[in-house]
Design a protein around this ligand. Structure first.
Ligand code: ADP
Length: 185
């Protein structure tokens, strides 16, 4: 993290974020789903799905693997790009946190390639994919704090849909320790 990168959190809707790139908690088909994915396609309009279909017809015939990320237009969203990433389904039997961390790292890598300076993330895997939100927050915040320094980022924002998720991310961000002035407001 460069000293100038703000790590922030808001309670809100990912489709209303005025940022360069919003991250989508997609599924590997890239052809839409519920939760964040449904909202992004609903609000962003058909251009996003058209680019997803083109990716499936081109370089991703088998879909996007878990832990990877790929960008499309953001259509009518107040952002320039959507970065689609596929979170792992939570498993009690198997530790898949490296795949969840990979979602954030790969999304940041794609964002940096695009030149996105502001990026908004949802709580990947913490919805339908069943990840306990406190642990999802721990993986998300630690990974973004560690990997966010490799890009041109001014602000990396976590967007949490409900109070519980917000509290979990807030606690993890506070646990990072003192931040330069203006951070984490
Ligand atoms: P996954 O399938 O990866 O679990 P979901 O979209 O089901 O993804 O949920 C991920 C998280 O995003 C959950 O905490 C859910 O409450 C939250 N969420 C759902 N809709 C939105 C939205 N429009 N903006 C921000 N977060 C959302």
């Amino acid at each position: 993290m460069t000293p100038m990168t703000l790590l922030t959190r808001v309670r809100g809707d990912i489709t209303r974020q005025h940022v360069d790139a919003v991250v989508n908690a997609a599924n590997s088909s890239l052809l839409g789903g519920g939760g964040v994915d449904g909202a992004i396609h609903r609000v962003g309009g058909p251009e996003i799905l058209a680019e997803c279909r083109a990716l499936r017809a081109g370089r991703l015939p088998g879909g996007l693997p878990t832990g990877q990320a790929v960008a499309t237009t953001a259509g009518r969203l107040p952002a320039r790009w959507v970065i689609h990433t596929v979170g792992p389904v939570y498993s009690r039997a198997e530790d898949r946190s490296h795949l969840l961390a990979s979602c954030y790292r790969e999304s940041l890598r794609v964002a940096a390639e695009l030149g996105a300076e502001t990026v908004a993330f949802p709580a990947v895997s913490a919805g339908v994919y069943g990840w306990p939100v406190a642990d999802a927050a721990r993986v998300a915040v630690r990974t973004v704090a560690a990997a966010g320094g490799d890009g041109p980022f001014a602000e990396l924002r976590f967007v949490l849909f409900d109070d519980r998720a917000f509290a979990a991310f807030d606690a993890e961000l506070q646990a990072l320790g003192p931040q330069p002035p203006g951070e984490n407001r």
